[in-house]
Design a protein around this ligand. Structure first.
Ligand code: NAI
Ligand code: 15L
Length: 265
């Protein structure tokens, strides 16, 4: 890998991957709407709003792979979601089609399917049931990626990330947690695969509770190695009180499914 474009490089996951991916690519082009100042020798930084097509076109120039993390990462106003996630995704795919048609990892989210109940085991072909306008925008991104694959052969991994943090933050995340190390190993497999296609891959570690079945993407050769089991007995997990009738507990999307979106709700 010569030059990888990392969008959303200033965010949580971007910061983590900059460390774990060090040495994987000859150079990494970081981009974000917010400034990044601690740029290492193998990195370069270009500040850019993903909603600006010309700027996004320049970002793609000379890159041979994209990890697309940039955009709004939780529920937000439609205007912000429209700019970062909908127009941003379109700009990225269209700029890529016009240039090198490189492989993209699209950071989708479990919130594309967050209105499925927790008892339902989901696979890559389940119905999208977004739990938020944010989830709707990630569904748009997945469909857009699939369209660019079917029509133009641009390969993407549609990674429905569960909860990728240092550790699970609550009981729900015991099921949805993916370690940064598992995500890093997944990235290696996605970009090393001879043929990727356009698979949906659930981004989740090998946790005791299983909501998602990744067998349809097993051909890429990724299996998680970490597990949330090591956090199960932590005080903040054991002491968390949950009401089984609360929609935040009933649905996979947790609080995203329970919360409203519009001001008049
Ligand atoms: P984050 O919010 O920390 O990072 C997103 C980055 O995108 C931010 O640095 C932000 O400044 C940038 N951004 C927002 N709007 C932009 C725009 N218009 N133009 C350019 N940059 C813009 O989120 P995090 O946790 O790092 O997540 C990264 C990606 O993975 C996001 O797309 C998120 O939806 C997705 N994801 C993350 C999960 C997690 O557990 N961390 C779970 C599911 C999905
Ligand atoms: C997401 O999509 C968010 O980006 C992240 O901040 C977490 O809330 C995660 O989902 C989750 O469901 O835990």
């Amino acid at each position: 890998m010569k030059k990888v474009l990392l969008t959303g490089a200033g965010g949580n996951l971007g910061k983590a991957l900059r460390k774990t991916l060090e040495g994987w690519a000859e150079s990494i082009r970081l981009t974000d709407i917010v400034p990044i100042t601690d740029v290492a020798a193998h990195e370069e930084f270009i500040q850019c709003d993903l909603g600006d097509y010309d700027a996004v076109y320049s970002l793609l120039t000379g890159c041979d792979a994209v990890i697309h993390l940039g955009g709004v990462s939780t529920e937000n106003t439609f205007e912000n979601i429209l700019n970062g996630n909908i127009r941003g995704a379109y700009n990225l795919y269209e700029a890529n089609r016009k240039q090198n048609k490189v492989r993209i990892l699209f950071a989708s989210s479990n919130h594309v399917v967050g209105f499925h109940e927790r008892e339902t085991l989901l696979d890559a072909d389940c119905t999208m049931r977004p739990d938020s306008m944010y989830g709707v925008s990630k569904g748009f991104g997945e469909l857009l990626a699939r369209y660019y694959y079917d029509k133009y052969g641009i390969e993407s991994a549609l990674v429905r990330i569960g909860s990728c943090f240092e550790k699970p933050l609550n009981k729900r995340m015991l099921a949805t947690w993916m370690s940064e190390a598992d995500f890093t190993r997944m990235i290696h497999k996605i970009f090393a695969a001879d043929r990727l296609g356009c698979p949906v891959i659930y981004g989740v570690s090998d946790n005791p509770a299983v909501w998602w079945d990744n067998r349809k993407a097993s051909y890429i050769g990724w299996s998680p190695e970490d597990s949330s089991v090591v956090f199960e007995q932590e005080d903040y997990i054991v002491n968390e009180k949950v009401d089984p009738n609360d929609p935040a507990v009933r649905y996979q999307g947790g609080g995203f499914a329970a919360a409203g979106h519009f001001e008049d709700e």
